[in-house]
Design a protein around this ligand. Sequence first.
Ligand SMILES: Cc1cc2nc3c(=O)[nH]c(=O)nc-3n(C[C@H](O)[C@H](O)[C@H](O)COP(=O)(O)OP(=O)(O)OC[C@H]3O[C@@H](n4cnc5c(N)ncnc54)[C@H](O)[C@@H]3O)c2cc1C
Ligand code: FES
Length: 349
Amino acid sequence: MTSYKQFEVIKKVFESKDVVSLYMKPVNSPDLPVFRPGQHLMFKFHIPGQEIPAFRYYSFSDHYNNGYYRISVKKERILDQGVVRAGLCSSYIFDIVKEGDYLEAKGPAGEFYINAEEMHPLVLIAGGIGITPLLSMLKTIAKVNPQREVYFFYGVNQQDEHSFLEELSQLKKTPANFNIYTFYNHVLPGCIEGLHYDYTGFITVEKMFALLSDIHMDYYICGPAAMMQSITGALEKAGVSALNIHTESFSTIAGVPEQNNRESSEWIIEFTKSGKKLLWDQRYRSILEFAEANDIDISSGCLFGDCGTCLTKLQQGEIKYIHPTMVQPGKDNCLPCSCVPSSHLVLDA
Ligand SMILES: Cc1cc2nc3c(=O)[nH]c(=O)nc-3n(C[C@H](O)[C@H](O)[C@H](O)COP(=O)(O)OP(=O)(O)OC[C@H]3O[C@@H](n4cnc5c(N)ncnc54)[C@H](O)[C@@H]3O)c2cc1C
Ligand code: FES
């Protein structure tokens, strides 16, 4: 992967009650690496008051252009021991970062992307902030291949959480083969059907199938875990091949996982590929973030044990998972995104 680069925030736009977009251009470089629609950047934040950097992914929310990158971030609220607190990095972006500030990011990266030039019909299904990679896909197709048949389903809780209303309205008007539908979970007074939303309730496979010309299309889904699971399950049950269903998880869960990595700071981690031996720093959430902070590159996808991208050979030692993971790595491997050391370690990284 590439190394971290500095970006200047050239524009900050509030998209809804909790979502803000940052437009960023690179410092000291005229060119922006091309990304594929659906990919993301890894950010390294130096947040005032935090002793260590924090690492988070944010997806591109626009099509590629050589002038700027755009990301769109939802200010997360997390239930932590009965108290609601604001997400560390998302609230920093939402409340503190301003135009003219500099941020560090590397990438583009990620396997959740489309080839916009293909003609195979597409169904893009977004829940809440999960819209970002899918909007990038839709806008890219509008630019390079507008005759492609695309169905875009966007689930929004209620109107004040509805981001990109104007952008989607414009896309509806373009002479493209697009079918764009917005679902509101709650309809607030003053909301107009056909203008703000098209349907009420959750997006379901039954409602989608009633609108598609054929069910055998490529499906790309990004949204809350429960939504992705129920739609994926129902699609497969209806006969859609698992090979045609692609999902991206943003991995934000409602509470802080139980974490017990404060027992010892004396563990040494040897990263054999990088030739580094480092004293574990218990302030990091995971071995992956610790490695990232020490310029050791471990490929990653979800940062939450869901995708297996970070799977690394555990050559020696014991690790402890900080939350349950979907991928089960076996005893000779580990998922550095989701574990901390519980002894000295030797890792093939
Ligand atoms: C591939 C990818 C793309 C993404 N794209 C976007 C995007 O376009 N827009 C967007 O808004 N978000 C996106 N996200 C989510 C984003 O990266 C952040 O996770 C989100 O903004 C919350 O970060 P935070 O620092 O505000 O919250 P945090 O303070 O990190 O809390 C967020 C979550 O982390 C968990 N957590 C908290 N503390 C710990 C801990 N000590 N150890 C482990 N877990 C902990 C909590 O359960 C909580 O649910 C993406 C994520 C991924 C993986
Ligand atoms: S990054 Fe996805 S499992 Fe570790």
